[in-house]
Design a protein around this ligand. Sequence first.
Ligand code: FPP
Length: 257
Amino acid sequence: MKSDRCQHYGVDPSKLPRHVAIIMDGNGRWAKKRLMNRVNGHEKGSETVRLIVTLCRELGIEVLTLYAFSTENWSRPQAEVDALMGLLKRFIVSERESLKDQGIRLSAIGQKKRLPLDVRQEFDTTVAYTASNQGMCLNLALSYGGREEIAYAVRKIALKVKSRKLSPENITEKSVADYLYTSNIPDPDMIIRTGGEMRLSNFLLWQSAYSELFFTQTLWPDFTEQEFIEMVKDYQNRDRRFGKVLCSSNDGSQQQF
Ligand code: FPP
């Protein structure tokens, strides 16, 4: 099925990104342009979420991380925060069966404890309900901030040092990565930001070291499957060197060093 869908979209199944992460920006502007309430933009944005989740699953992407709510978003007007939490809860409940049927496992990164209790409970129910699915991981960044995540990891490492279970000279990049929320998922190969801004806004700061970045003017509610596919094709043509150089060998082929 994986290569069927890739073939249908003209995507090379052997060069798929394992992990795609998306900053879904532009809901408010989408609504404003239509003289609507910002919340209507978030509602329309939820429909785009459904489309892109299904597309990623069909293509065979392993992990899709969506920046649904940042640590900074708590400072938005209370009515908008409440509406976003309500929308999130509705999504988690209404998509429960569909996620299960599609073989998608739900997970989250961020300060889950800060979410309202009812949202947390519905979230935990869907996580448990989809836990055995192997098709794709839908990872929601909820009350997530990259700096907060790194501070959280440093606190945990400091406690290990304090209790003499870890010595400072043994702290490596791997040990830091092991204490991040993303310890069990690969770094994102692609990070997409819709809505025209060209910044990462505190998203996956550590994990984005070698991610390929994609920016589009398209507002999230207008983002389409076709545009996503075009980005994946662009990704497949990029030369990912991870700081190394490509050298030509005698037989004319290229080797990474
Ligand atoms: C940024 O747009 C978007 C958000 C802060 C929330 C994203 C939420 C959704 C897409 C819907 C709910 C999520 C799920 C997973 C069902 P913005 O409001 O900053 O837009 P603007 O820059 O145009 O004001």
